[in-house]
Design a protein. Structure first.
Length: 274
């Protein structure tokens, strides 16, 4: 940590905040690009000072997080973790079913306890269908298992690194006090905002692309209709004219059906958002 330490006073090492600011900017920029590409960032913070802060802030951007005990092999043995998540989902569907009320009270209690245990350990990563593209860690000494697993799978690691840690253990170290809740809150907030920006840019690009595709499809339809109308004018045979007119009617009908379908989809999306 020597390059990031400004000075030592009364046996306490003081971090150079200019270097911290530069590293925060570097990490935020990288996380923004990861979020923009539609990939997931897993936040790991099981220490008392950080768990509530991380859970509250990260939930806002829909990223997965681990704030309870790190399940050993969560990355290196991801298939087994997914099985546990699927088990939790099957318990949920069973609890909604009428058959759940027919079993004994003792069995219901056992199932409920098992569900609560799985929720505590895996609830925040239930939507993680594949390995994350990056890890953000608070205190790499406490979370050394997650760092080792990420390193083994070549997953980029971002971390708050205190003066008692080795910054070379992670790809994007941020020199900071990982014991103070204020510094944790500040850095996590900056990272979450960067992810939020990345997700927003992704949404804008996606909408723009969809609009362009829609316009292109509309142009193709318009051109084909205009071509048919021109052919009708040139056609000498009445039968040919009738067939072309029928084709125009069919195209118009298809357009109307497409527009109705799009309206229903938009209506459904707005209801789900509410």
């Amino acid at each position: 940590m020597a390059p990031y330490i400004f000075m030592e006073r009364n046996g306490i090492h003081i971090i150079d905040l200019y270097k911290t600011a530069a590293k925060i900017e570097e990490a935020a920029s990288a996380l923004k690009q990861i979020a923009k590409s539609g990939k997931k960032v897993l936040f790991v913070a099981t220490k008392k000072q950080a768990k509530d802060i991380v859970a509250e802030k990260v939930k806002r951007v829909g990223m997965p997080y681990v704030t309870e005990r790190w399940p050993g092999g969560m990355l290196t043995n991801f298939a087994t973790i997914r099985k546990a998540v699927r088990k939790m989902s099957s318990i949920d569907s069973m609890m909604k079913d009428n058959s759940f009320t027919n079993i004994s009270k003792r069995e219901r209690l056992q199932i409920t306890r098992e569900r609560a245990k799985l929720e505590k350990q895996l609830g925040s990563i239930a939507d993680l269908s594949r390995l994350p593209s990056a890890l953000f860690i608070v205190d790499i000494i406490k979370e050394h298992i997650s760092v080792a697993e990420a390193k083994k799978l070549n997953i980029p690691t971002f971390a708050m690194v205190d003066t008692n840690s080795d910054p070379k253990a992670v790809d994007f170290p941020i020199p900071a006090n990982d014991d103070a809740s204020k510094s944790i809150s500040l850095i996590i907030e900056i990272m979450v905002k960067a992810i939020e920006e990345g997700l927003m840019e992704r949404k804008v690009e996606k909408d723009k692309r969809a609009k362009e595709e829609e316009e292109e499809a509309e142009n193709i339809k318009t051109r084909s209709r205009q071509d048919l109308e021109a052919e009708i004018e040139d056609a000498d045979d009445n039968n040919k004219r009738l067939s072309k007119k029928e084709e125009i009617k069919r195209l118009k009908k298809e357009e109307e059906e497409t527009m109705d379908r799009e309206k229903r989809v938009r209506k459904g999306a707005s209801i789900r958002k509410k």
